[in-house]
Design a protein around this ligand. Structure first.
Ligand code: SF4
Ligand code: SF4
Length: 200
């Protein structure tokens, strides 16, 4: 059994731009989280903008179903607008699911399935890479004692969303193509209205 325990180094790396895709933060935000963060940023006078992240085209209703957004980084330091240089995250009690679970994250297995994983860009993970390389689930729960239940909460939320989409498909209310040419997808993205998929 491992003796390793996750201790955040307070380096702030996870609140900065750490994706290969410059210009947006990787953490997924659910629509209701976006609403909450917009309201908070308006009260604080922050520049907070998001772009769509996970979306599905619904060819039955000619709509784009929006499951998650991500933060656009447009400030000088390319950091989340809620990050304070001296004190770190300024919205501890309002943190999105993804931030609560970090450095655990959900990785996509396919369009509809995810699993709990470790984000390799966290500095604690980098420093302890060898010990974490082949870690099993039991040890993962020990190392990330506080974060694992939050990752499970995040996973369950994600699962409920995927189930809702499948239920809507099963009931014939929406139709998501399993194969789609990129040109058609881009055309739909440009032309169709949005509908957010929300579960509590
Ligand atoms: S919400 Fe907080 S923890 Fe999440 S990226 Fe922003 S500053 Fe970091
Ligand atoms: S990158 Fe890892 S160690 Fe650094 S602040 Fe984020 S969670 Fe903590």
């Amino acid at each position: 059994m491992t003796t390793l325990k996750f201790t955040c180094m307070q380096c702030g790396t996870c609140c900065y731009e750490i994706t290969e895709q410059p210009g947006s933060k990787r953490i997924p935000l659910y629509p209701e989280e976006v609403t909450k963060l917009i309201s908070l940023s308006e009260k604080r006078g922050y520049n907070f903008q998001v772009i769509e992240d996970l979306v599905f085209p619904d060819i039955k209703n000619k709509k784009i179903l929006v499951v998650t957004y991500k933060i656009i980084l447009n400030n000088q330091n390319e950091r989340c607008p809620f990050y304070q240089t001296k004190s770190g995250c300024s919205i501890h009690n309002e943190k999105p699911y993804a931030c609560q679970a970090y450095p655990l994250s959900l990785i996509r297995i396919d369009a509809f399935n995810f699993k709990i994983s470790i984000d390799p860009l966290c500095n604690f993970i980098i420093d302890n890479y060898d010990q974490l390389l082949n870690v099993d689930l039991d040890n993962l729960k020990i190392i990330f004692k506080d974060e694992f239940p939050k990752a499970e909460k995040f996973y369950r939320k994600n699962k409920r969303l995927q189930l809702k989409i499948r239920e809507l498909e099963y009931e014939g209310k929406i139709e998501i193509p399993r194969e789609l040419h990129i040109k058609d997808f881009n055309r739909y993205l440009n032309q169709w209205e949005r509908e957010e998929i929300i579960v509590r």
